[in-house]
Design a protein around this ligand. Structure first.
Ligand code: NAD
Length: 319
């Protein structure tokens, strides 16, 4: 199989490429990435020498590049995105460009070539805040941040291309991921690295916002399953189904790093901050997926990785 991965130098994409390259040595993987602030060649330096891996610096909004690569690949998996909600609140322009226009460019290339499968990596944030119960794949999209609105727009475009042109599209919507190689602006690596530097951690509002935390390697295994067994035209939620309030998450991180609550600094809440995300995962479980990691084990592994890879994250914290 020849796989074009877009945005493979970011957090989830790099974990996915490393996993696929090891599991399927006969597959050819091409990684197209623009190398924004969030994309880092270092994330894949351990596999850069492999014969079945090839990196190309480029933009998913560039029709020529995307079309050329779609001609020589069987499958496209799109991780490329502007992914940080706080940045989208400050300025949404790049979010619409990459997350919506970029997806339209890829869909056009999928249509013009013989791509057998296009997987759009989406998010549970497209459902918006859910105070009770869990969102199912067919539920209405009610995004509340510019980031979530851009991802929801891409999901609707994918649906439209499936309905109009019978394009082989599948969407995955995972909950919040954490693990190695996550840029230290997102809450878990931000808090871990701040505590390792003996700096306070900024906790939004009352700290009672809830997220269903998913270890990145469990997400990667789910995407692998969807790649091989997912049904065209379908959407798959990927989550554990155990929501944790930010306050509890903070306590777990403080305890794990031997710090007290004195290290918490309450800050003004994020604008439009979604109170709770929760997704129904029955469909991906029915397809054959189960998480391998419980939260505490995955957090311990993640903390260890940030302790052992200070040179990776210190340079990002300076900028
Ligand atoms: P990330 O910000 O770590 O990485 C994004 C990658 O995309 C970077 O390598 C960046 O250089 C690249 N990129 C950005 N714009 C590009 C463009 N125009 N052309 C080519 N490459 C470009 O993101 P992530 O956390 O790894 O998320 C990957 C995907 O998963 C995103 O689509 C995101 O919406 C989705 N997602 C993330 C999470 C999470 O918790 N991180 C949860 C659910 C869904």
């Amino acid at each position: 199989m020849k796989i074009l991965v877009t945005g493979g130098c970011g957090f989830i994409g790099s974990n996915f490429i490393r996993y696929i390259a090891a599991k399927y040595p006969t597959y050819k993987i091409t990684n197209l990435d623009k190398l924004t602030y969030a994309g880092n060649l270092e994330n894949l330096k351990d596999i850069a020498h492999l014969k079945n891996y090839n990196f190309i610096k480029g933009d998913i909004c560039d029709e020529n590049v995307v079309d050329k690569l779609a001609k020589v690949n069987d499958v496209v998996i799109n991780f490329a995105a502007e992914s940080h909600v706080d940045r989208s609140i400050k300025n949404s322009r790049d979010f619409l460009r990459t997350n919506v226009h970029g997806v339209d460019v890829i869909l056009g290339a999928v249509r013009n070539n013989k791509i057998k499968r296009y997987i759009q990596i989406s998010t549970d944030e497209v459902y918006g805040s859910i105070l009770f119960g869990s969102a199912k794949e067919e539920d209405a999209l009610k995004p509340n941040s510019p980031y979530a609105a851009s991802k929801a727009s891409a999901d609707l475009l994918c649906r439209a291309y499936f309905k109009t042109f019978n394009l082989p599209v599948i969407i995955t919507r995972s909950s919040n991921n954490f693990g190695p190689y996550q840029y230290p602006e997102k809450v878990i690596p931000l808090f871990i690295t701040n505590l390792l530097e003996n700096k306070k951690v900024p906790l939004y509002g009352d700290g009672l916002n809830e997220r269903d935390w998913l270890f990145v390697l469990d997400n990667v295994r789910a995407i692998d399953l969807v790649l091989h067994k997912g049904k065209i035209g379908q959407i798959y939620n990927i989550g554990i189904g155990k929501e944790i309030a930010n306050l509890k998450l903070t306590k777990i991180l403080l305890d794990s790093l031997g710090k007290t609550k004195k290290m918490v600094k309450y800050v003004v809440d994020r604008l439009g901050h979604d109170r709770r995300y929760s997704i129904d995962n029955k469909k991906i479980v029915k397809l054959g997926w189960q998480p391998n990691y419980d939260f505490q084990t995955a957090i311990s592994l993640t903390i260890r990785w940030y302790k052992e890879n200070k040179s990776w994250w210190k340079k990002f914290k300076k900028s």
